[in-house]
Ligand binder design. Structure first.
Ligand code: GUN
Length: 300
């Protein structure tokens, strides 16, 4: 069996088209232009590419976009003051402070200062609590993207055994919440799990989010399982030339593709979904701030 490839890039493009439709309706029917502010402190090149892409895609779907690029040595108090100002700004419905921040800034203080109503990353304790008990609000972007792909490609997930490899606040834990809501049986495994291979072999759905290149081997995959690879790992690629690199996931793609029923490639799988879901969350928070029902197709 060769897996069906889950084209996250194409799905994210169609999701952005839907988001643009919701933005146009919010403008035409309610006079609301959803607005997203992204804040970056310092000059990490990877983060800068992400932030530039976020700002560009925000404009492409018709939203209001603000980008704040602060110097590496910006005092913590100045970043907090900017977040407070954005909290109070009626043009802004979503605030994202790109992580990691420089060492002299406490990321938890930044997160605690973001208004939960504008927390499009779903990082604040209030947003995490709402997600856990199923109240409306933003949903962690990468897990939301994984869920949309699973629903669209695999269909009904009820009763399936989902094994999530990775227990981060960003991906593993919120992914478990979302799959529980889909009536999956959920196992969270991690780098210290005993007999990880044996546990992954039981999975109808594998979500790999450990951040270790090609750690999950093809022969760990149950034939026909859905494999969602969240990993983005840069490794040396001497075959491309001296000093060259390439991006691989947490799953050994070449061997897993032979056994899986569905698989997300890296790049081009989960990655493009994360920014699209950030835009989806901004439509959700803009709706909730204005006491409107968020579009059903953008929420779990
Ligand atoms: N850095 C890497 N991924 C993310 C993300 O999803 N949100 C934020 N705020 N920072 C990140």
């Amino acid at each position: 069996m060769t897996a069906q490839i889950i084209d996250g890039k194409a799905y994210a493009a169609s999701l952005r088209d839907r988001i643009a439709g919701h933005v146009a309706r919010l403008k035409a029917e309610h006079g609301i232009t959803p607005g997203l502010a992204v804040v970056i402190v310092g000059h990490d090149p990877g983060s800068q590419i992400y932030v530039t892409n976020k700002a560009r895609q925000t404009l492409e779907v018709g939203m209001h976009s603000e980008k704040y690029e602060l110097a590496e040595d910006t005092p913590e108090a100045d970043v907090l003051a900017l977040v407070e100002r954005l909290n109070a700004d009626p043009k802004i419905h979503g605030i994202l402070v790109q992580l990691p921040v420089p060492r002299h800034i406490d990321p938890n203080k930044i997160i605690a200062t973001i208004s939960p109503a504008k927390d499009v990353d779903c990082f604040t304790p209030e947003s995490v609590g709402k997600l856990q008990i199923g109240l409306p609000g933003p949903v962690s972007c990468t897990p939301l993207g994984c869920l949309m792909l699973l629903r669209d490609f695999v269909g009904d997930l009820a009763g399936k055994h989902a094994v999530i490899v990775g227990r981060s606040n960003l991906v593993g834990k919120p992914m478990a919440q979302l799959l529980l809501r889909e009536n999956c049986t959920v196992t969270i495994a991690h780098s210290r799990t005993r007999d990880l291979a044996g546990i992954v072999r039981q999975a109808d759905i594998v979500v790999a989010a450990v951040g270790r290149p090609s750690m999950i081997e093809g022969d760990w995959i149950k034939p026909g399982a859905a494999v969602i690879d969240v990993g983005i790992n840069r490794i040396a690629a001497p075959e491309k030339g001296e000093g060259k690199t390439r991006i691989v996931g947490d799953v050994d793609y070449a061997s897993a593709v032979e056994l899986a029923g569905w698989i997300t490639p890296v790049p081009g799988g989960v990655g493009p979904m994360t920014i699209a879901c950030l835009l989806a969350n901004t439509v959700t928070t803009a709706s909730l701030i204005n006491h409107l029902q968020p579009p059903k197709d953008l929420t779990p």
